[in-house]
Design a protein around this ligand. Sequence first.
Ligand code: BES
Ligand code: ZN
Length: 623
Amino acid sequence: MRRLTPAMLLLLAACGGGGATPPAEEAAAPPEAAPDPHSFANPEVARVERLELELEVDFAARRLAGEVELELSAPAAAGDTLVLDTHRLEILGVTLDGGDAEARWELGAEQPHLGRPLTVVLEPDSRRVRVRYRSDPAAEALQWLDPEQTAGGSRPFLLSQSQAILARTWVPCQDTPAVRFTYSATVRVPPGLLALMSAENPTATSDDGVYRFEMPQPIPSYLLALAVGELEFRALGPRSGVYAEPPLVEAAAAEFADVPAMIAAAERLYGPYRWGRYDLLVLPPSFPFGGMENPRLTFLTPTILAGDRSLVSLVAHELAHSWSGNLVTNATWNDFWLNEGFTSYIENRIMEEIEGAEYAEMLRSLSLQDLEQEAGEIGLDSPDTRLALELAGRNPDDGMTAIAYDKGAALLRRLEEAVGRERWDEFLRAYFDANAFRSITTAGFERQLRERLGDALPDDLDLDGWIHAPGLPADLPRPGSAAFERVDAQLAAWTGGGDAGAIQASAWTTHEWLHFLRGLPRDTPAERLAELDRRFALSDTGNSEILAAWLELAVHAGYRPAYPALERFLTSVGRRKFLKPLYTALAETEDGKTWARRVYATARPGYHAISRNTIDEILGWEG
Ligand code: BES
Ligand code: ZN
């Protein structure tokens, strides 16, 4: 194997391989290009436009093994290198253009969060680079589940989570949202299991365990996705359906019956759905997020199967990413709010179409509560409360806060109110058309906004402050929900010493319950929680959002009767949004921390690496 020494690489970079490569400043760059601090890739020299994957899924070894062929958008010039992102990947060999000869390649030094650059020296006119490799059992994107961690209980399960920079732990690629590619894949799994990807998917299990995928629309690497398990499909409409483990699939189909209406609503608002099908995959409860917008196949936590469709705004959110994020993509993770703020705004617009204005207003009111709470926790003068972030040198995960989601959505709402809904919707529609299948920076968005809407923006709207200043602007829209005001009245009566029997909650929806529980003082004593529990059996609720909010109160109060439910929840659910506040609350007292560490010792092996990283930090867990 001919490996390249760092000295050789330096030489190549310095002399441009004999002068055939233009200096970096002259290289053609797309208009919205920005250097991505979270990628080693050099798309300005060699840009990947297609992947062909061939992977074997080895549950016993907890590895994906095989190869990827990366196709470049243009033939290489002499001396060009292709730099790929890798993280804990074992690179077995690299060849060029279908040949057998080993190419010159080199794995650079490991950097925190980022992994190692794989630099391949291209031959003149090279167009294809084939990398043989295998993933590490500890690859952070992948979670390998034992049969006991599934609903079916008899077969193992594999799921991936590539966002933000974890695709590089299972595919060597240009792992930056500024680069898009189409892909095909051949995936071999144990017979009896179904494999699914963010691509055109099968609806039935194959006899031989071999699946062939094609993804015709170009996507950024963070949308590469794979899941393997015992799964069944149910149609929801002509272009949408749901995959779930057999014990859950009927409940899932009932819960998500509104999906065809959501797609129709989103299309009425923002133009055609451009990805062919929109299917859902309900994962085992260890999935670290609520949802992930993998194109054509949204990944979902089973904790939104409430039985009454009350948590489906999360599906509206992931569907909305089909426009904001998947179609028009944040150029770097510093621009994350362009993905999540737009999506949270559109999520709310879809829910307004489906459920009406009052319902949407409740959701916005909860979003404002999230924002005020988390902005306060981060610190109102912290640079991390700016929409435009500076995450260089850090884990891009640090940007996943209510700022991107709720402050971002609030800015779009403010803009809607400023220019009127009609003009605003027209702008958004044009924005999605103009930037379809491209990446965009915050500066690019600002430019387009001023170009197309500048004349309509009022003087008292400090756009620059909204985007670049920390804290919460004075003109933050404040939704007023009449339903929540009625809840507030009951809340005041009860916290003022009233009887739990007097609370009129029989008609409350999940959101009214959440508003009530969030409104309870954090120091509500255990005896008073016991009164609520006796009347409403909150410790036994099957609604994960209500349960999580209730358990947090129980921890603050030291309300022990809820602890068996708390332990069951922490050992069966791996969704980080729920785990984080619960472990944080437990860690506030010595007793709580001791209890949490005992439970965590059992629960930790069942959590995805993404959740483990967060909880390790909260509990000071080592090894
Ligand atoms: N794309 C995100 C999930 C994500 C963000 C993963 C950043 C990794 C890094 C997804 O669309 C999302 O926002 N999920 C939310 C649900 C939503 C309703 C706020 C979640 O999982 O909680
Ligand atoms: Zn999102």
